[in-house]
Design a protein around this ligand. Sequence first.
Ligand code: TXA
Ligand code: MG
Length: 321
Amino acid sequence: MILEPNKDNILKAAEEIKRGNVVAFPTETVYGLGADCTNPIAVSKIFEAKQRPSFNPLIVHIHSISQMNDIAYIEKEEINKLVEKFWPGPLTIVLPKKDIIPDIVTAGHTTVAIRMPAHQVALELIEAAGTPVSAPSANMFGFLSPTKPEHVQKQLGCKANIILDGGDSSVGVESTIIEFTDYGAKVLRPGGLDVEEIKTVIPNIEYNDVSTDKPNAPGMLLHHYAPSVQIKFIEEVDPDGLDLSKAGALLFDGSNYNYNFSTKRILSSSGNYNEAAANLFKYLHELENENIELIVVERIENRGLGIAIMDRLTKAANRYR
Ligand code: TXA
Ligand code: MG
């Protein structure tokens, strides 16, 4: 059930979490499906609802920077600098975990992923629950991430008894995940925080394409985030040979590809990458609901949030290769 995010409903959702159940809640990146991260049975309900493989660890959400000390060891000064600059916000950091975090959350890893979301409803919910909240995106495993409460309802239906309505997610792609190791820091998943921003605090952070078919992060799987309709990059199809009445298009600023598609969406008519990221999953959800057999997407430049957008589109297209 989709509920207004007033005080009573936030408390009601927090009670559900305390009781060991799951609730869906808004964040600035995508909607999450949350449970008490210290309760392994509660966390198992997340995996069950999403049909998520148990080798995929979850992100733990906190409501204050100091709550990080309850669940992880902070061994480097640059970690404090990083979170003071970017939290709350679309940045997840992977740190050595404390014993309070059960293995099911980390899929047996000795590290835990942590994030403080920049959404008032999420912060109030976590605080009222009295525990950090583990939450993946609130979608069925491998499918489109939700950026509106209706997206959660569509995929999870009655599996999420409470869906707190926080409006459209303003960032629209998942958080950037970075890991600290003995050798330094590296990016595990590009996301809503531009890696160039992170470099202002950690100039030598490592970033390469880490996609693999043996991931420790589903964001690192070769295919993921896919709509239920086949998706291809536009230059890999011949638009002149296509039945355009059965094809929809997802274009960047609308200045290219003037074909007569059955339907189309423009990510940002002013060519703004942040606006494009915020619209990405929303438009893919809309397109998969249209009466079409193929979604063709335009490649965009690999810079700024364009990196996270291309990561999601490439993984969606890989599903249909
Ligand atoms: O923006 C986001 O990050 C959203 C919202 C809800 O916060 N959450 C999200 O969760 O995208 P999910 O489960 O879809 O992706 C979590 C990512 C996965 O790629 C997971 O493997 C990685 O975090 N992860 C979690 N714990 C990890 C760990 N200990 N080491 C490496 N990667 C980890
Ligand atoms: Mg996800």
